[in-house]
Write a protein that binds this ligand. Structure first.
Ligand SMILES: [Zn+2]
Length: 267
């Protein structure tokens, strides 16, 4: 946050708990004014992330079960369902159709279906969704099981086609975009066709790379600049749009901006 408590950027998909020193990253995010959606890959990781974020208004924690871990963590699906009753944010969840984990695809669909149903029942839930090699099924399930008035879906690191992106946007989805998506022609072309009023920024840190370095949450500031070039608008205009989208998504989950820095001395 700056002095007025205004955010400088939004990272809507970051694995803070998979950094070597999560607390140091959280402190730096606060200094840099970055609002982070800290996604988790297993339900058991959620309480620790909530503890780290407890006194930080810029860190929001999502309860999740990564589709790649569904096979070994299948028994934790019940715990995740309980957490969705408490947590306004859910992620990382979704489907992954990669050949190496295709054997768990039916289990993945079952669990993702239960997650969508629980979010729909509770309402006011924001989901960060993984859809690698599974965009069609992910969007079909979102369309069939949720209502955009009750569940707001963000497709993280979307890698489908332009037609699939249009269909997802019609279903009410947002798209969180990271720097690695903009490193190649295909990614840039896709992003050019995404509606500006549905775009958010993310890093998927520490998994995504920028050149030879691991991305960090404050890289979203540069991503906004690149998005402005791709869309042919000024960086100020793009920043205003992305921030308005972020405000809308957070408002959906009952979180209002600006975030005021929590004064640790004032208890
Ligand atoms: Zn991720």
């Amino acid at each position: 946050m700056n002095k007025e408590g205004q955010p400088q950027g939004f990272d809507f998909h970051c694995h803070i708990d998979l950094h070597p020193d999560p607390v140091a990253v959280i402190d730096l995010c606060e200094q840099e004014g970055i609002v982070v959606l800290a996604v988790t890959t297993t339900p058991k990781a959620w309480p620790q992330n909530c503890n780290w974020a407890a006194r930080k208004s810029n860190i929001l924690v999502a309860a999740g079960l990564h589709p790649e871990l569904v096979n070994e963590r299948y028994a934790e699906a019940d715990l995740l369902e309980q957490q969705i009753h408490e947590s306004r944010f859910v992620g990382e969840v979704g489907l992954d159709g990669s050949p190496s984990i295709l054997k768990s695809y039916d289990q993945q669909k079952e669990i993702f279906g239960r997650i969508l149903d629980t979010a729909q029942k509770r309402g006011g839930r924001v989901l960060s969704i993984h859809s690698r090699r599974a965009v069609r099924d992910v969007v079909t399930m979102i369309e069939g099981r949720t209502d955009p008035e009750r569940v707001l879906c963000i497709l993280h690191w979307f890698s489908g086609s332009v037609a699939e992106a249009r269909r997802a946007a019609t279903a009410g989805c947002y798209f969180s975009i990271n720097q690695a998506m903009l490193d190649n022609d295909r990614g840039r072309k896709l992003v050019k066709y995404l509606p500006i009023n549905r775009m958010l920024t993310e890093t998927d840190s520490p998994f995504s790379m920028i050149g030879n370095s691991r991305s960090m949450p404050w890289d979203v500031i540069t991503t906004v600049e690149h998005l402005s070039e791709i869309h042919g608008v000024s960086s100020t205009e793009m920043k205003i749009s992305i921030f308005a989208n972020a405000r809308q998504v957070l408002h959906f989950a009952g979180v209002e901006m600006p975030f005021r820095r929590i004064d640790k001395r004032a208890d």
